[in-house]
Design a protein around this ligand. Structure first.
Ligand SMILES: [Zn+2]
Length: 120
């Protein structure tokens, strides 16, 4: 098991992501879940389920969010994401989650056109 996947390190990574997001935005942002995923096509990534994060936050702080997700993915998966996106709630205002993904070519194209996603 890669060192990044040890339970105590994942717990710590979630906590750190929550505190970095809250400090960055100057308001309490919740990270309810940190998810490491692998898909049949070969895509892998790290996702943060967020509370109190909105579309505008992502637009204003996109480079900082990329840095945060990139350092998370490097720490856990040993690789830098090639796609970053926020999943929007049906209102298209609230952000449900932010993800850094090492995406396969096919998914990379699809993600950029997806209606419920904001790529950044
Ligand atoms: Zn894929």
């Amino acid at each position: 098991m890669p060192a990044g996947l040890q339970p105590s390190r994942l717990t710590e990574a979630r906590r750190r992501a929550e505190s970095r997001l809250s400090n960055l935005l100057g308001k309490p942002v919740g990270v309810l879940q940190l998810t490491v995923f692998a898909m049949p096509c070969g895509c892998v990534g790290v996702s943060l389920e967020t509370r109190n994060l909105v579309r505008e936050d992502v637009e204003v702080f996109e480079s900082k969010l990329r840095e945060l997700l990139s350092s998370l993915a490097r720490g856990i998966l040993g690789k830098k994401p090639n796609v970053y996106y926020a999943r929007l709630a049906p209102s298209r205002y609230d952000v449900v989650s932010v993800t850094g993904r090492i995406a396969c070519d096919e998914c990379r194209k699809e993600l950029e056109g997806a209606a419920d996603l904001l790529t950044f």
